[in-house]
Unconditional design. Structure first.
Lengths: 97, 92
């Protein structure tokens, strides 16, 4: 899993069966110091509570398809949690605000 | 599996229920060549062995095995810390 910052949301009315009610968010992957790394991805929100600006952790690949209520729907990234704090051993403490 | 160094923790209250009761560790993946030089690659892994910051650990980054370890059939878990490394020998 990786850290990510929610940048925005994606609205789609016509979706594959099984994705009804699933919220899709634009997530910028981050390194462990919360610095952007790589290109943004579209992730399904498995906690249904994440919103723009929030620090989250997300899972990619097959496991993302197991994060939602309905199993094995076609998603390749899924948000698994909202981060309260990141503690690094160099004393750095980041938070979601 | 990969050898990694635990460099931090992630605290999360709102999460997928699967992660309740499992600490999340930020693990720096180590390179196989030479010394334990830290790389830029990291992963957030669920802790199954009570590892802590500073420990060298074995990270299993494979979903089916992770679910087998947790005795579940489905769930968005992939990376898990499955061992604490006492020592490793390069070329010996």
């Amino acid at each position: 899993m990786q850290l990510g910052r929610v940048m925005g949301s994606v609205v789609a009315t016509e979706k594959v069966v099984g994705l009804e009610g699933v919220k899709f968010l634009i997530v910028q992957p981050l390194d462990k110091h919360e610095v952007p790394r790589g290109r943004p991805v579209i992730a399904a929100d498995a906690v249904a509570m994440a919103g723009p600006g929030e620090l989250v952790y997300f899972v990619a690949s097959r496991e993302a398809a197991e994060a939602l209520e309905r199993r094995f729907v076609p998603v390749d990234h899924a948000i698994c949690g909202i981060v309260d704090d990141v503690h690094l051993d160099d004393g750095t403490v980041g938070d979601s605000t | 599996m990969k050898v990694a160094t635990v460099v931090g923790t992630v605290v999360s209250t709102i999460n997928h229920p699967l992660f309740d009761g499992h600490r999340l560790l930020i693990c720096d993946i180590e390179t196989p060549e030479g010394s334990l030089a830290r790389t830029d690659a990291y992963t957030i892994a669920a802790d199954l062995v009570d590892a802590g910051v500073g420990d060298t650990v074995l990270v299993l980054d494979e979903g089916s095995s992770a679910r087998q370890l947790l005795d579940i059939e489905t769930g968005p878990i992939r990376a898990v810390v499955v061992g604490i490394v006492d020592a490793w020998y390069d070329g010996g």
